[in-house]
Design a binder for this molecule. Sequence first.
Ligand code: SF4
Ligand code: SF4
Length: 188
Amino acid sequence: MAEVIEVLNISEGEPGFSDEIMKLGAEELLDCIQCAKCAAACPMVLAGFEFFNKRIIQSILIGQKEILLDDSSIWACQACNRCTEVCPRKVEPFGVVMAMRRSAIREFALPTLAVEGLKSLYDVGHAVYFSNAGEIRKKIGLPEKPPTTASNEQALKELRILMNKSALSSLGIIPMDSGLSDVTCCEV
Ligand code: SF4
Ligand code: SF4
């Protein structure tokens, strides 16, 4: 049986989508030459995600907003920044993925796992932190909390203030301490 190939109709793309993503932080988006160096370095490709840095950029450039928002691949980025290191055009593909996430948050297009990750980041300072992590760490001779934001009250408070000041706060996607909204850096 012949393989069915899905063809994207560029004329159906969302006008102004690439401008929106550029305004959300992907300033060098138009410099991408689709050379695929970023894809060669990306763990999302190895894990088999349909959309990864190069394909996300390509889809943005042809206005495929709905397709990207319907797919959860953008939430699988590991923030390793390898793509930014290898890009010959200084596009900063990782930054493009983050800009795409900002767009998704504004559209409330978050998978449950992403919401849980944001809540965990706010609560304990790690996007991935399972409930009995402390017990497991103690069993293998480690301190209950890792030497990161999780065990640094000051850093955790500053992180929460930053998140309170982000678009997340007004969207109400995760519960936040409203008392931190008006705190400035110097009052911490
Ligand atoms: S973002 Fe950079 S490395 Fe990736 S395809 Fe575009 S130009 Fe190449
Ligand atoms: S930062 Fe994200 S997009 Fe870039 S190589 Fe790492 S996983 Fe891939």
